[in-house]
Design a protein around this ligand. Structure first.
Ligand code: ADP
Ligand code: MG
Length: 281
């Protein structure tokens, strides 16, 4: 049975007012399934980060609700929301935000110290070993490579055993060589992560490799949501087809549910598997 851990209901987010207003989210409904990895993909500026921040209790929607395990996040007092964020959610942002004056070990343990929680040394040892950080724990962040900093930031998040991991384009700050290395490591770590994860990316390969579920955003709206395989196999709109990597897109006219005419080719084409696309012209 599908168990929904996090949902957005009719969420809008408008930045600014009047003629200068940006409608970053325009009525978004999403359901995030417990224990699954969901990718949020879409072109730059389509509202991915805004949605992730709304879902993660970081930025209140202009209207609509966000429910975490049925709890209306933005109805909570600020302190309760902040605690819930720290204890239940784990954010991975583009920037690493490691504190330069602390050692790598202290950086990793910081969220636990803030909540006066005892570190689980055994888990810390396992995590740092998995991430190849064991020998680097006493260093300062400035003595780490970009990839190592990224892994330390990830360890800092995982050490608190969050229920939901939230990653906002975690690999995009890395150059292509490092990106491959870190992506591979993080991918295998995520594969071992027992929990729910939300991965914002504009990289469809990353989404396909790492996530079972997918939400396609376009101009602040959900264009398509479902299993990654289903979305790739049948994106159902030109925008979603482009975002999932389809390069051959032909104009056509639907004749009935399984037949289209290829315009300009003077040819009728029978579709055996998919219904006729909805937005061809
Ligand atoms: P994405 O992550 O998909 O690139 P964002 O969610 O960051 O998109 O942004 C969606 C839209 O909202 C964009 O048009 C962006 O310029 C605008 N936007 C994002 N954050 C702010 C902000 N703090 N103030 C004003 N506009 C913003
Ligand atoms: Mg973004």
């Amino acid at each position: 049975m599908r168990e929904i851990v996090l949902e957005a209901r009719a969420v809008t987010r408008t930045y600014g007012t009047g003629t200068g207003a940006t409608h970053a989210l325009r009525g978004v409904d999403v359901e995030i399934e417990q224990g699954r990895f969901t990718a949020i993909i879409g072109a730059s500026g389509c509202g991915k980060s805004t949605l992730l921040q709304a879902l993660g209790g970081l930025d209140a929607p202009t209207s609509g609700k966000v429910l975490l395990e049925g709890q209306d996040l933005y109805a909570l007092p600020d302190a309760a929301l902040a605690r819930l964020r720290r204890t239940r959610l784990g954010f991975v942002f583009q920037a690493f935000h490691l504190l330069p004056e602390y050692t790598v070990r202290d950086n990793i343990l910081l969220p636990l110290l803030l909540d006066k929680r005892e570190p689980d040394e055994e888990y810390l040892a396992l995590l740092t070993r998995q991430l190849g950080l064991t020998a680097l724990l006493q260093r300062q962040p400035t003595q780490l490579s970009g990839g190592q900093q990224q892994r330390a930031a990830l360890a800092r998040i995982l050490v608190g055993k969050p229920r939901i991991l939230m990653l906002d384009e975690p690999f995009s700050a890395l150059d292509s060589y490092l990106r491959e290395e870190v992506e591979g490591e993080v991918g295998s770590l995520l594969a071992n992560f027992v929990g729910t994860a939300l991965l914002v990316t504009h990289n469809r390969d990353e989404a396909y490799r790492l996530c079972k579920e997918m939400i396609v955003l376009n101009e602040g709206q959900v264009l398509r949501a479902g299993t990654t395989k289903a979305v790739f196999a049948d994106p159902q709109s030109i925008a979603a087809a482009r975002l999932t990597g389809c390069k051959n897109i032909l104009p056509c006219t639907p004749l009935d549910s399984h037949t289209v005419r290829l315009d300009g080719w003077d040819t009728t084409c029978l579709l055996y598997t998919s219904p006729s696309p909805r937005d061809c012209s």
